[in-house]
Design a protein around this ligand. Structure first.
Ligand code: BG6
Length: 369
């Protein structure tokens, strides 16, 4: 049932274009407007939402972090993201105008379930983003928006992550559409761009030969660092998590802007650092700032592995390796830039002879707190 792939993880990484396409399917009408009747939730109550809190664990929490950038930009509704277990056991400010969005592949993660129950007790509206029909978290929520990634067998999440970003984006764009006017116009424009993403993910997957080679060369690395900024920051965190989970290598993801506030002390000659570079078209000159970061770490001897938009020549002088991804609007870039990092972790772990589907000490869903 691995369909010719060496592991479920390899298969699931390859299924990502479909996971995104299926999660978009049926959620727009012929005119391109978002239709989410499946939510069966009071639209007026949704329009009154004054704050959104995203709760999740592990990889799903990084989908939430990505979503914060996008949803605030599209809706101007303040948006927080918090690890479910941290949210539950402090005293969060939540009321009946708060929308709590949980994200969980399994729908059974106890930490996330407890956060959802807590939010409901406090009067919040709760929507579950979930991949598993009939699971507990959707049942305990006011509404559910399913990801359509199909069953995910490998313990560490890959295709569910892309489907989660897609679904939470659909939800954010729906909220933007409810606001009307230019918000609605932008929502429809983004949906069009989203529909082009699956083919671009395939382009990335088709060009992974060099990434696999690099991964095999790096099987003995003691530590790998990951830098990203804006939506590239959660991508860096996810790249590090995948490497820890699959290859048992010490890995850390940092916000590139933090580099000079601490992490740069870790850089010594030969230290591999992945850098997720924003598109040159990203606002506020973020691209140039990240290119400067690459220059800074390279000057200290880092081995720079740079993920950049195709045609971005500015990284060439400072990159030991360039991994190109197709052009997409900045907020959609995580759906492409995370893919080489998944492939890297999977390939490296396989080169070490590890079982990428069942890493040591981990369980697919953790049903205890
Ligand atoms: C962890 C899994 O236990 O739970 C991760 O190893 C996953 O892969 C996390 O991201 C959250 O799981 P779920 O099912 O709530 O998305």
């Amino acid at each position: 049932e691995k369909g010719g792939f060496r592991s479920f993880m390899d298969k699931e990484i390859d299924e990502q274009p479909q996971a995104v396409a299926d999660t978009l399917l049926g959620r727009t009408d012929a005119a391109g407007a978002l239709v989410l009747d499946e939510l069966r939730i009071d639209e007026e109550a949704l329009k009154r939402v004054s704050k959104i809190v995203l709760v999740a664990c592990g990889t799903a929490s990084y989908a939430g972090m990505v979503a914060k950038y996008a949803i605030e930009h599209w809706t101007r509704i303040p948006c927080e993201v918090e690890l479910a277990h941290e949210f539950r056991y402090r005293d969060p400010v939540v009321d009946d105008r708060t929308l709590v969005v949980s994200i969980s592949q399994s729908g059974e993660t106890m930490d996330t379930l407890m956060a959802v129950k807590h939010a409901r007790e406090l009067g919040a509206m709760t929507i579950a983003i979930c991949n598993t029909h009939g699971s507990t978290i959707p049942r305990e929520s006011d509404a559910v928006l399913y990801t359509h990634a199909g069953p995910e067998i490998a313990v560490a999440s890959t295709k569910a992550f892309l489907a989660q970003i897609t679904a939470v984006y659909v939800l954010g764009l729906y909220l933007a559409q409810l606001r009307g006017g230019t918000y609605a116009d932008e929502a429809q424009a983004v949906m069009k761009e989203l529909h082009e993403v699956p083919a671009k993910i395939r382009t990335v997957l088709d060009a992974m030969g060099r990434v696999r080679e690099i991964a095999r060369f790096m099987a003995d690395s003691p530590a790998v660092l990951f830098l990203g900024r804006h939506v590239g920051y959660p991508v860096a965190m996810e790249g590090a998590l995948k490497l820890k989970e699959l290859a048992y290598i010490h890995a850390e993801g940092f916000a590139a802007g933090e580099l000079k506030h601490g992490p740069i002390a870790l850089v010594e000659p030969g230290q591999p650092v992945f850098v997720v570079v924003p598109s040159p078209s990203t606002e506020h000159g973020l691209h140039g700032k990240v290119v400067s970061n690459i220059q800074e770490i390279r000057a200290r001897g880092a081995r720079t592995l740079v993920i950049a938009e195709e045609g971005d020549e500015s990284v060439v002088p400072f990159a030991d390796e360039i991994i190109s991804v197709p052009t997409v609007p900045t907020l959609l870039a995580p759906l492409l830039t995370v893919v080489p990092l998944q492939v890297f972790a999977c390939e490296l772990a396989s080169a070490k002879g590890l079982d990428v589907d069942q890493p040591r000490n981990l369980a697919k869903s953790v049903t205890v707190e």
